[in-house]
Design a protein. Structure first.
Length: 216
């Protein structure tokens, strides 16, 4: 049975969060197509993981036999998150753009699971794992837009997830999510609605294809 690791990081509920709405559509389709599979849902907003500490960081570069009690305890928490990632056959991540980049809770999770010599570097224990990131944003930051140079979500996550960890990375990008709430963006509401429908459609299609591939 295949396992999907589903990570959400939006501080808002599914009713108001574009990233959660799309990850929810992906997960529901996955479960419909692959009912015998397993879904691990980690909500980083409701249950944030510890930000990387000096003990957890230094423990990752030293022999476990030499760890102090503090290092051992901190490193054990990192290992739990790493093993959870390694157990997944596919990963789904909701990554809304907050102040041009990812939420700090998602960064904390990444800091814990990126471990040189295990998940990253010469050895990549999750290499080839399909990862789908729902990178929602309030505006538009694609090629040719005025804010193209401020896109620090896809660029950053591509470097970490694809280059460092070697995963098979794919993005779904709902844009202009602030249009319904911002009067100054009212003329962009139709574009937002089109982007949202396109993202929901992509989530359904990609989840179905991935579930069928892993079930084969």
């Amino acid at each position: 049975m295949a396992t999907l690791l589903h990570i959400d990081s939006s501080v808002f509920s599914t009713d108001t969060s574009s990233s959660r709405a799309v990850t929810d559509a992906f997960r529901r389709t996955w479960q419909e197509q692959h009912p015998e599979g397993t879904v691990i849902h980690r909500d980083l907003a409701a249950h944030p993981v510890p930000h990387i500490s000096a003990h957890a960081h230094t423990a990752g570069f030293s022999d476990p036999a030499t760890h102090t009690p503090e290092q051992a305890a901190a490193f054990a928490e990192r290992v739990k998150l790493i093993e959870e990632l390694e157990s997944a056959d596919a990963v789904l991540i909701g990554a809304p753009m907050y102040n041009l980049t990812i939420p700090s809770t998602l960064k904390a999770w990444l800091d814990n699971v990126v471990l040189m010599g295990r998940t990253a570097g010469d050895v990549q224990s999750v290499k080839g794992t399909p990862v789908t990131v729902v990178a929602s944003r309030g505006g538009a930051y694609g090629p040719g837009t005025p804010r193209e140079g401020y896109e620090y979500v896809q660029n950053y996550l591509s470097a970490v997830l694809a280059d460092f960890l070697g995963t098979d990375l794919d993005f779904i990008v709902p844009e202009l999510t602030m249009a319904p709430a911002n009067p100054q963006m009212s003329d962009l509401v139709p574009l937002f609605e089109a982007s949202r429908e396109r993202a929901l459609g992509e989530a359904t299609t990609k989840a179905k294809q991935l579930a069928q591939k892993l079930a084969a």
